[in-house]
Write a protein that binds this ligand. Structure first.
Ligand SMILES: *[C@@H]1O[C@H](CO)[C@@H](O)[C@H](O)[C@H]1NC(C)=O
Ligand SMILES: *[C@@H]1O[C@H](CO)[C@@H](O)[C@H](O)[C@H]1NC(C)=O
Ligand SMILES: *[C@@H]1O[C@H](CO)[C@@H](O)[C@H](O)[C@H]1NC(C)=O
Ligand SMILES: *[C@@H]1O[C@H](CO)[C@@H](O)[C@H](O)[C@H]1NC(C)=O
Ligand SMILES: *[C@@H]1O[C@H](CO)[C@@H](O)[C@H](O)[C@H]1NC(C)=O
Length: 235
């Protein structure tokens, strides 16, 4: 006989529960909204810092890109592409024959800032006057598929760390001042399809291991100081 009231109170409890859970759901929605807003604004902060490093090239003068980072209209000198709110592609293309960035530019700090966009898959930084040795920590962009650093003043060796970027499909370092031997670990990049190192100062013979790059479609090595025997590549 005492079952009825018990059921009653169970129902009331259910009703209370569903009433109570509403604000909870709302709170969760609101929380995740502010979370993604925070994420957006932290990416915008990072982009702003990147722009500062580049000495505010005219391409990035527009303020509106910081307001709505992911829906900003791309053009030939600047594009930001997002996937689910994360920047996955960043293309910044400066003016042809851009001069060296000033002496106080630090490629190391620049890359440290850049790797705060860890979802980047495609990174194009062309004609921006970047100078210095390419820091190995760029591999913290562990999803990187396309890296295009054409027409800057980067020098030294291609950092060994790049050998662990197993997602890398396209590596373009044309028109820089990279030097030293062509590393034979390049062949350990499993999906590398495009390798272009034209107009640099590489001086070595070509490593035999290049022919192990099974997915290689494009190889650009002109205007360097390569020597030695020919390699037969099945590309
Ligand atoms: C690309 O867009 C940016 C930002 O809106 C602007 O500053 C720049 O002048 C544009 N560049 C070209 C080539 O249209
Ligand atoms: C977006 O970035 C955040 C923070 O880095 C990460 O937690 C989340 O998994 C990323 N989302 C996607 C879809 O990659
Ligand atoms: C570098 O120096 C220039 C002035 O020569 C200054 O405007 C700029 O803010 C400095 N950049 C950094 C990163 O300190
Ligand atoms: C790399 O940048 C150069 C210079 O803007 C461009 O001509 C080339 O098409 C780019 N390659 C890729 C694969 O993005
Ligand atoms: C390559 O160039 C560097 C720097 O100019 C030089 O020290 C080195 O001996 C050269 N190596 C070869 C194999 O020519």
């Amino acid at each position: 006989m005492s079952l009825a009231p018990a059921a009653d109170s169970a129902e009331t409890a259910m009703a209370k529960l569903s009433l109570c859970s509403m604000p909870l759901v709302l709170a969760i929605i609101l929380l995740s909204a502010t979370h993604s807003e925070q994420h957006q604004s932290s990416q915008a902060q990072t982009l702003l810092r990147i722009v500062r490093f580049l000495n505010f090239p005219t391409v990035l003068n527009s303020r509106n890109i910081y307001k709505d980072l992911c829906n900003f209209e791309a053009n030939s000198s600047l594009a930001v592409i997002c996937y689910e709110g994360n920047i996955t592609q960043l293309h910044i293309i400066g003016e042809k024959d851009a001069p060296l960035l000033p002496r106080n530019f630090s490629i190391d700090s620049f890359i440290t800032t850049l790797v705060k966009l860890p979802s980047l898959k495609v990174l194009t930084l062309v004609s921006l006057g970047l100078w210095g040795p390419l820091p190995g920590k760029i591999i913290r962009l562990s999803s990187l598929e396309i890296l295009n650093l054409t027409s800057n003043f980067l020098y030294g060796a291609i950092p060994l760390e790049l050998s662990s970027l197993t997602t890398l499909q396209t590596l373009i370092l044309d028109d820089n001042m990279f030097s030293g031997p062509l590393p034979d670990w390049l062949s350990s990049l499993p999906v590398l399809a495009v390798l272009s190192l034209k107009k640099n100062l590489f001086n070595s013979s070509l490593p035999n291991s290049l022919s192990d790059l099974e997915n290689l479609r494009v190889l650009g090595l002109s205007h360097n100081h390569f020597y030695g025997k020919c390699l037969i590549l099945a590309v």
